[in-house]
Design a protein around this ligand. Structure first.
Ligand code: 13P
Ligand code: SF4
Length: 307
């Protein structure tokens, strides 16, 4: 899409003005649209965003991402206002486990400790021993005293962790549709088209895909890996939004997506227009009831203390 630069500059100016009016910081996930990433004060993966949200001075946190991310910011910052850039930006993976389902699974495996992927609601985090992100999942699972782990809700990430640890991992059958639809056949085709090119995939991909990869990394780990590598081209198995920073940080390198449908609709809901509107009208305030927040914070803090 070609952006009209006068519209862009006008919106950028308006967002900057609103930012000082609200005394706000704008944080964005690596999958956001390029122009949204460019206007943010901080861009990162889920772990970096959680860590950044423990060090906020501003009164308002404007979160360009999806709901569970803004909720995590609200869990960590009860005294600040957290705005979600687009009110309908949810995550189907996070939504696939409800508190009733978790209760049922806990009853089925009473001996297990619950480790919830950060892609889950505050209610689920509140009922978990600890949380993890794609960047620290193995380390977090290893840190749990119990040998039996009920890992929710991403079965692909849970399966990846199980290949890296001796812990007994019980998998809940959730998945991210964006990563799960990357098929091994597409990977093999990409490999044929680009021989001798390293394949980097996200652990939310199916086991049949991660098995074919050279490395399995979170989004920001991918950025660091590519920058440190002497290689000049890479095949990428994650949401296409990451390509923006990959290109910015590595103008001399070439990137190929495994397939052309690696797009998260919810991550793309935030446009500069919508962001400006959210800030202007102080819309989409994300709050977590105190009784849930305190318990969820224990799980998030436990994760952050290990990381
Ligand atoms: P990370 O950026 O933490 O790897 O997360 C990927 C993701 O799917 C977030 O929704
Ligand atoms: Fe959820 Fe997948 Fe989108 Fe991340 S990429 S927000 S896990 S649907």
């Amino acid at each position: 899409m070609v952006i009209d630069m006068s519209d862009y500059n006008q919106l950028k100016g308006k967002i900057e003005e609103l930012k000082s009016e609200l005394n706000a910081i704008i944080v964005a996930h690596n999958y956001q649209r390029p122009e949204v990433q460019d206007i943010a004060d901080f861009v990162g993966d889920s772990l970096e965003l959680s860590q950044r949200c423990t060090q906020v001075d501003a009164e308002t946190i404007v979160f360009c991402g999806v709901r569970f991310m803004a909720e995590t910011a609200a869990i960590l910052n009860p005294e600040r206002t957290v705005l979600l850039s687009e009110g309908n930006a949810g995550c189907p993976l996070a939504d696939c486990i409800t508190i009733d389902k978790l209760t049922e699974w806990k009853q089925r495996y009473p001996q297990a400790s619950v480790v919830s992927y950060i892609n889950s609601s505050a209610e689920i985090k509140a009922e978990s021993y600890t949380c993890c992100t794609s960047a620290n999942s193995v380390k977090i699972v290893e840190s749990v005293p119990n040998n039996d782990i009920l890992f929710v809700p991403d079965q692909n990430l849970g399966h990846y962790v199980a290949t890296q640890t001796t812990k007994n991992i019980i998998l809940y059958p959730g998945f991210c549709y964006v990563h799960n639809r990357i098929k091994p056949e597409q990977v093999k085709l990409a490999r044929e088209l680009h021989p001798d090119v390293k394949l980097i995939v996200h652990p939310e991909c199916q086991p049949e895909v991660t098995e074919l990869a050279d490395v399995v990394l979170s989004t920001s780990q991918m950025l660091r890996y590519v920058q440190a590598s002497p290689d000049k081209s890479f095949i990428i198995g994650t949401e296409e939004g990451l390509l923006h920073r990959l290109h910015l940080d590595n103008p001399d390198k070439t990137f190929y997506l495994v397939s052309n449908d690696q797009i998260c609709i919810n991550m793309k809901r935030t446009t500069l227009e919508i962001l400006a509107q959210t800030m202007e009208f102080k819309q989409n305030i994300v709050t977590v009831p105190e009784s849930i927040r305190i318990k969820a914070k224990e799980a998030v803090d436990r994760m952050l203390s290990v990381t």
